[in-house]
Design a protein around this ligand. Sequence first.
Ligand code: HAM
Length: 434
Amino acid sequence: MALIVKKPRGTEDVLPRDSYRWQFLEELFRQEARAFGYREIRTPVFEHTNLFERGVGDTTDVVQKEMYTFDTKGGDSVTLRPEGTAGAARAVLEHGLFNDPLPIKAYYLVSCYRYEKPQAGRLREFHQFGMECYGTKHPAADAEMIAAVKSIFDRLGVRGLKLEINSIGCKACRDDYHRALHDYFDQYRDELCDDCKERLERNPMRLLDCKNDHDHEIAASAPTVLEYLCDECREHFEQVQHYLDAAGIRYTVNPRIVRGLDYYSKTVFEFISDDIGAQSTVCGGGRYDALIEDLGGNPLPALGFALGIERLLLTLDAQRIEIPAPAPCELYIGAMGDEASRRAFALCMQLRQAGICAECDVVGRGLRAQMKYADKLHARYCMVLGDNELAQRSAKLKNMLTGEQEEISLDFDAFLSRFAALSAAENYTIPEEM
Ligand code: HAM
């Protein structure tokens, strides 16, 4: 039988030797979210399909072409989440979180699924860190959301990301814009792809993010939404910019940003990297004041963003920003003979309970092979137990970096206090901040 050794196209494994990079980022995201008053929300990896059809929008590429949708054995249509916003909004409604003090602040770390053509930075299974805030219309909230993302990039030392912002208006002012877009694209109707012909009637804004090259060229000269904003949306967008200016956050207004999902209104924004190729948007977000109502709730303005973790890792690689590797094994205890093996095993267990990463042989290797393995682990300290050491109740502890050795008592309390003092002198914990 052929071995099954190939992962599905567009997915990636994170191996034990690399997972510390993910863990470091995840911890940084959590710290950042906590600092802004956000708590974690966890929602199912699959939802009823109509949540995404209604929430993300059935004229979007995501819903029309990219969803992993299937019928359950019970006959329900469910979909693997293509993004995190719709599920979080559904949970806010289902659990009546709108009764909590506003604004409600929730963050998530999720895997997402989109059946796209894989390329660098574009996967079929990818991961997002996102923050969502419900219950405020105020422009300060838009600026705060953008500031939260910026602060993550700053802490990581990421340089040169471009922040582009736009306002795509509210439902009221968008009617005029839709008419203008319709009139514009109607001249090119025969040249448009079949999807866009349909979008032209149902949601002309979606023509602006069609991935077809020719449609893209036509869209480049289409009217921009900023010319059609109502007074309230214009004022809101100006205020967002004033807050960003006050915080010293640099941005460009790009009237061509419309985002590929239907729920947005007013402010939208993207952080773009020049270092990672065509899939350059590392983070995208914006306001979605009508989504909760569209899902059947009472009006509740909201906004958020999601950052693609794979694209962030690509950016870090391109900028040669290294994530600190975790501390290696702190102590390897080699053993010669059965009695010594059992003592090494027991000592390791005690040390682990004291929070020390200690290892001993569980493979049945001879001493030479054990020490070779300890070397490959980059163990900081090594110690060998044999009959002599057991009889004398002490052993030689070797610092593998410096080669220095010292005699250490095997009496556990004495051992622990000396070992802890040595470890503390060498700072090899993961720093909280880089
Ligand atoms: P999005 O722009 O579709 O927005 O995705 C956000 C980020 O996820 C992108 O900027 C990108 O970094 C990453 N991403 C998207 N698709 C892929 C893919 N196929 N492969 C790798 N990375 C990808 C949303 O998902 C919205 N829910 C964001 C949001 C939250 N808006 C308001 N709240």
